[in-house]
Write a protein that binds this ligand. Structure first.
Ligand SMILES: C[S@@+](CC[C@H](N)C(=O)[O-])C[C@H]1O[C@@H](n2cnc3c(N)ncnc32)[C@H](O)[C@@H]1O
Length: 283
């Protein structure tokens, strides 16, 4: 689609504004906003709406919250204010699954702290023979999770959802020793850590922070893994780079063996590294 002089001018202005605001992925954000607001059939309000969206991004509202959609593992996911925007960093989990974990057909998989469902849905897309359940406690996040599950059922990607707090162990009784894989990208940021405004201001606090050392929910996930994993079941948790050693120690204090931390440099960016720790239940 060819652009008018006014559109070229607006895009130049937007580029300068975004640069000034300090966003770390300027050209990607700009291209997404041009696609969404400029390159469309009805041009009557295109520039006005484009500049409103650019201004929001300059205020550091996450791109996904502005456009209402994010692409994750070739799936368009519905997102918006009140839900965590899935990050490319989490691809480390399903990439690992493809190369490293031998999981039998029919095995139960739990995606704990599932948010909009990105990780669980990506696993179900790649392994339709597994029984994936996405677990989330927040009311707003659950609404997005259900929408994504319903939408992607149309592409034969099938996932269940369970609205539950992972600190409520009773809610998981029926999965005792029945789970072959638990994955999680939980909140893991220490309460006092400074973050970019996209996360410190615009994401729900419960989706980002987890106690003074950032490990509160990770401890709970490891405890649940001891109870729920079957023999030779896997636990995979995404976390911050600086937490790797502490998390390996926590894994080793549980029933998990073959504990290792994996980093994916390709999926890392200026907003953080893509890191996860994995272990296998031995007993
Ligand atoms: C970092 S976000 C990740 C969401 C999703 N896994 C992703 O990668 O897009 C963490 C999610 O955990 C949820 N959460 C926080 N505490 C929880 C708890 N106690 N039980 C269940 N979910 C929880 C939050 O609501 C949020 O959706």
């Amino acid at each position: 689609m060819s652009l008018t002089d006014r559109e070229y001018f607006a895009i130049g202005q937007a580029r300068a504004m975004l640069q000034e605001s300090g966003v770390w992925s300027l050209e990607e954000d700009l291209s997404c906003l041009i696609d969404r607001y400029i390159e469309r059939l009805d041009k009557s309000r295109a520039i006005e709406e484009f500049m409103l969206a650019v201004q929001e991004r300059c205020n550091r509202v996450p791109l996904g919250h502005i456009v209402g959609m994010v692409e994750f593992d070739e799936m368009p996911l519905v997102v918006g204010s009140g839900v965590f925007i899935p990050r490319p960093h989490s691809q480390i989990i399903h990439k690992w699954l493809e190369t490293s974990a031998a999981l039998r057909a029919g095995v139960n998989v739990l995606d704990l702290c599932a948010g909009s469902g990105a990780i669980g849905l990506a696993i179900a897309r790649r392994r339709p023979d597994l029984k994936v359940t996405c677990v989330e406690f927040d009311e707003i996040a659950v609404q997005y999770l259900k929408r994504n599950i319903d939408r992607l059922a149309g592409r034969k990607i099938r996932v269940n959802h369970l609205q539950a707090d992972i600190r409520d162990e009773q809610a998981f009784k029926r999965f005792t020793h029945e789970v072959g894989l638990i994955v999680a990208n939980p909140p893991y940021v220490p309460q006092s850590q400074e973050l970019l405004p996209e996360w410190s201001v615009h994401h729900p606090q419960a989706s980002v922070y987890s106690g003074t050392d950032g490990l509160e929910l990770i401890r709970q996930i490891i405890s649940l893994a001891d109870q729920l994993l079957s023999r030779e079941g896997w636990l995979v948790i995404e976390h911050g780079e600086a937490q790797a050693q502490a998390i390996r120690e926590l894994f080793k204090q549980s029933q998990l063996t073959n504990v290792q931390t994996v980093m994916d440099k390709e999926a890392s960016d200026a907003s953080g590294s893509s890191v996860m720790t994995v272990g296998c239940k031995s007993l």
